[in-house]
Design a protein around this ligand. Structure first.
Ligand SMILES: CC(C)(COP(=O)(O)OP(=O)(O)OC[C@H]1O[C@@H](n2cnc3c(N)ncnc32)[C@H](O)[C@@H]1OP(=O)(O)O)[C@@H](O)C(=O)NCCC(=O)NCCS
Length: 181
């Protein structure tokens, strides 16, 4: 479904390809990156290869590429949740390589990505959640205008752990109306 590309001031967002394996593994293997998003850091190149193949096959995750170096420094994507005839819902997820944190890069990527998702009508409702102590993710979500739905628990089967988390949603009509103001 993500069969296009996007550009921001410092980034390209584009589908992953097999050539991205080394860059992807370089950040996915770092302890404490994936764990903040609910998945364990990768132990082997083969593990990253398997996930990369799933991204390529599902076409639901973009590589976040730094224009300056052409390096893949993260990902942003949609995970289809439920779909009825009336309403398509998807979950937003993102991760950035640790050396690039705190430079406003994911804020830049996420704004352009969410704009495209709603303008291209890829879904009607976006959902997102963050672990309670994940302040940068919380700020990104708030700045995008997501509505706080509830606080609860995020169950990560991959980590075999439960995390206190905050859950949000954003509907297409509200987002596009706000943009026109
Ligand atoms: C979450 C993540 C993508 C943020 O990316 P980033 O590019 O560093 O974020 P930004 O620089 O765009 O900052 C976003 C906001 O968080 C704030 N922020 C960044 N790091 C922060 C920190 N350590 N503590 C408090 N606030 C922080 C920024 O000031 C900014 O807020 P503002 O818009 O009010 O100025 C990155 O930390 C990451 O990949 N973490 C691991 C995976 C993860 O948590 N994914 C999300 C799961 S829900």
């Amino acid at each position: 479904m993500l069969n296009f590309t996007l550009e921001t001031e410092r980034l390209h967002l584009r589908p992953f390809s097999q050539d991205d394996l080394a860059d992807f593994h370089a950040y996915a293997k770092v302890p404490g990156v994936g764990e903040r998003a609910g998945w364990p850091h990768h132990q082997t190149l083969e593990e990253s290869q398997g996930v990369l193949e799933a991204f390529i096959h599902a076409r639901d995750v973009f590589a976040v590429v730094l224009k300056e170096t052409n390096q893949v420094i993260g990902s942003i994507g949609l995970h289809q949740e439920t779909s009825t005839i009336e309403l398509k819902r998807a979950k937003l997820g993102y991760v950035l390589a640790q050396p690039f944190w705190r430079q406003g890069l994911m804020s830049e990527a996420a704004k352009t990505f969410v704009d495209a998702v709603f303008e291209r009508h890829l879904c009607d409702v976006l959902e997102v959640s963050h672990f309670i102590e994940n302040k940068p993710s919380r700020r990104i979500i708030e700045t995008l205008g997501f509505m706080h739905e509830h606080d609860g628990e995020y169950v990560s089967k991959a980590l075999n752990q439960r995390f206190p988390a905050r859950f949000y949603s954003l509907d297409r009509d509200t987002y596009l109306k706000r943009k026109q103001l």
